[in-house]
Design a protein around this ligand. Structure first.
Ligand code: HEM
Ligand SMILES: *[C@@H]1O[C@H](CO)[C@@H](O)[C@H](O)[C@H]1NC(C)=O
Ligand SMILES: *[C@@H]1O[C@H](CO)[C@@H](O)[C@H](O)[C@H]1NC(C)=O
Length: 422
């Protein structure tokens, strides 16, 4: 059934006496309205790559499932798990996903902090996935230029572009994983390591969605075209246009920038290196949306990006932004982020129908999270102090440590210093 018909039916139903309404109708309406919002003119429903031309009769089960997700009717998250056979066993060799279990185990060890928050490695991995895929656009692809989720970010001089400041270390790690596993004879691509890294990182961050994850992308040794990644001082209109050219509509863009919920900036203002974009860095929560909007109180150390502020106010992105910020926003956001990220992770990929879904290798998510040190994080956030002591605290958060034990003395020291200064 077409969404427009469903909406028309709803409008009719909404006008009838409440005696004709049935239990649960309100909920269904809300769900239908939500999906309508997500698949209307503000969203992304275009198929990509080989799925544009392949007839449905030729789609593999994975190809068909991805097409459903891309056209707004699929399920972008999954809880599928398994127990991997031993590495090197014949059972392992028979399953394309098996080696990925072992790669992913290594990733998780780097991404999960002792506090339960995700580490800077995880945040960089999410950003890396975006910046590798983000060098694709409809315009440049039509000109025959390379770009997209093809691993080139970590194998060419793309990594030296200013856009990619801060991603050098995670590229080194990706290249380490690539070298180690290919030397052992496993045919893994850099593109897949990068995209798997992003979805692993997302689910390791507490509250993050468990996004369906695929392997089989082909590497390209050519750098993607420049100037296709967003700038922090671009207008909301320019950002919306930039992402539209990647088939990503304003709703998906609103969901995707929510990744800044975990981040701590370093290069936008180097004086404030390590300052987070919401009060809970390393946690995949919706506080970022409320604090950027200003509907949630924002302590001085939280550093809002101009681009995020602009998007939070633009008529095409503000409604979704407000929805994510409000009660129930987390679930809505997780679903929309997952769908948006799958699209992003397939930009420039022309063998989508032949990919293998390996979501089962992902660790389980953390659907609820109460850190035992948030009161100390909050103390640190109350000051904008950039002393060496404050940096130690920011580094501890970066590493995913709890702000407990010896760090408490440092935090109290900063607060004491602040009191003396004022
Ligand atoms: C309007 C679009 C966007 C703009 C202007 C933007 C800009 C930025 C900037 C300036 C930083 C800070 C880098 C630094 O100084 O260290 C950053 C960090 C980050 N961005 Fe974005 N971004 C955008 C969209 C996205 C998207 C779509 C994703 C992922 C889906 C993403 C994920 C991240 C992550 C995870 C970090 C933190 C990296 C870290 O902590 O090392 N961003 N972004
Ligand atoms: C690659 O293997 C070497 C040798 O075993 C190891 O020291 C290194 O940490 C591995 N690299 C990564 C990124 O896992
Ligand atoms: C960076 O932050 C510092 C400290 O808050 C501030 O004084 C400075 O003006 C900021 N610089 C820029 C370029 O925004």
């Amino acid at each position: 059934m077409l969404w427009s018909n469903i909406i028309a039916t709803c409008v009719v139903l909404a006008g009838v006496p409440s005696s004709l309404a049935y239990p649960g109708m309100g909920e269904q309406m809300a769900e239908i309205m939500r999906r309508q919002g997500d698949s209307g003119e503000f969203d992304s429903t275009e198929p990509l790559g080989d799925l544009i031309t392949l007839p449905d009769s030729q789609l593999t089960p994975t190809g068909a499932d991805i097409k459903k997700i891309l056209t707004g009717q699929g399920t972008p998250q999954s809880t599928t798990t398994w127990t991997a056979p031993k590495l090197g066993s014949s059972a392992c060799q028979k399953d394309t996903c098996c080696v990925w279990q072992y790669i992913v185990n290594d990733m998780v060890a780097d991404f999960r902090g002792k506090s339960g928050r995700c580490t800077s490695w995880a945040r960089r991995a999410v950003r890396l996935g975006f910046h590798d895929a983000g060098t694709w656009s409809k315009t440049t692809a039509a000109q025959g230029l390379p770009g997209g989720a093809d691993g080139s970010l970590c194998s060419t001089d793309e990594i030296n572009r200013a856009d990619n400041n801060g991603l050098q270390d995670i590229c080194q790690k990706v290249n380490g994983w690539y070298d180690n596993w290919t030397k052992k004879g496993y045919a893994v691509s850099r593109a897949d390591i990068i995209q798997m890294g992003a979805t692993v990182a997302t689910v390791v961050c507490p509250l993050g969605p468990r996004i369906k994850s695929y392997v089989g992308r082909v590497d390209n040794a050519k750098a993607g075209p420049p100037n296709l990644l967003p700038g922090v001082d671009q207008s909301a209109d320019a950002l919306i246009a930039l992402f539209r050219d990647k088939t990503i509509g304003p709703h998906s863009l609103t969901a995707l920038v929510g990744a800044h919920t975990t981040s701590q900036q370093f290069f936008v203002n180097t004086t404030r290196a390590g300052d987070p974009q919401d009060s809970t860095p390393g946690v995949w929560d919706v506080l970022f949306y409320g604090q950027t909007l200003g509907t949630k109180p924002t302590p001085p150390r939280v550093f809002k990006f101009n681009s995020d502020i602009a998007l939070s106010k633009h008529p095409q992105t503000a409604p979704e932004w407000q929805k994510f910020a409000s009660a129930g926003g987390q679930q809505d956001w997780n679903e929309d982020f997952a769908a948006g990220y799958i699209r992003l992770s397939l930009l420039g990929v022309n063998n989508i129908n032949k990919l293998t879904e390996c979501t089962k290798v992902l660790p389980g998510g953390t659907p609820s999270f109460t850190p035992n040190d948030q009161s100390n994080v909050d103390k640190w956030l109350k000051t904008a102090d950039q002393s060496a002591t404050a940096k130690k605290i920011s580094n501890a958060l970066h590493a995913g440590e709890s702000l407990l034990g010896w760090l408490i003395n440092l935090i109290n020291g900063i607060l004491g210093g602040l009191k003396k200064a004022t």
